[in-house]
Design a protein. Structure first.
Length: 142
């Protein structure tokens, strides 16, 4: 139901993102999905990868400001409107999303989100029989 996500704080200047990507490349860690939210001075690079704990250790060791956190990962049929349906279910339960992003994996939509009410989100997912993906299934390329 939840997977680990890295949040990497990077300055908005040339080369800082390349440093992070090169560190992950050297460690042979596969990026599955990523997004950047920026402000004037820094960005938050959120990513889902093949080995989040090892990626966290490698980045920390290199002096990169990184946090490891759990986010929810729902699987959706690859059809228009499925993300809207899932977000409506969560919203109708009175939960708000802190952030979300989506991507396609193995013919399924994956909706990543974070909320301030982790237990409430778990209940909504289980009560509404929303499908979710396990971390181990993110890197199966068959």
């Amino acid at each position: 139901m939840t997977i680990n996500q890295l949040s990497i704080f990077i300055e908005n200047r040339s080369g800082t993102l390349v440093k992070v990507l090169e560190l992950l490349k050297q460690a042979q860690i596969q990026i599955v999905a990523s997004t950047i939210a920026d402000t004037a001075d820094y960005g938050i690079y959120r990513l889902i990868c093949s080995e989040p704990s090892r990626a966290y250790d490698e980045l920390k060791k290199a002096g990169v400001a990184v946090a490891l956190s759990e986010v929810f990962a729902l699987t959706l049929d690859d059809q228009p409107g499925r993300a809207a349906d899932a977000v409506k279910t969560i919203s109708d339960a009175g939960l708000s999303l802190t952030y979300m992003y989506t991507f396609l994996l193995h013919g399924k939509g994956i909706l990543i989100f974070r909320t301030d009410d982790t237990e409430g989100a778990r209940e909504v997912i289980l009560q509404n029989k929303l499908q979710y993906i396990a971390e181990k299934d993110l890197t199966k390329w068959e």
